[in-house]
Unconditional design. Structure first.
Length: 67
């Protein structure tokens, strides 16, 4: 199956697909119910972590072989 993947058409297609899965496959309701809070907690933990320990840019050797 080829699905439109660009722009607003792709977004609409995926929203309709998720809605159809929620209606016709009951197990996906529980998956969505648990995955959203878990994802939010992981996002908060990562946000807190990177605020306390920001990623430092490591200078790279532009000529690693010395050429």
């Amino acid at each position: 199956m080829i699905a439109p993947a660009k722009g607003i058409a792709g977004l609409i297609f995926m929203l309709l697909f998720v809605l159809a899965m929620l209606i016709w496959v009951p197990v996906t309701r529980y998956l969505l119910l648990f995955s959203i809070p878990i994802g939010a907690v992981v996002a908060l933990i990562l946000s807190f972590w990177h605020k306390r320990k920001p990623v430092e840019e490591v200078p790279q050797n532009k000529r690693p072989l010395g050429l």
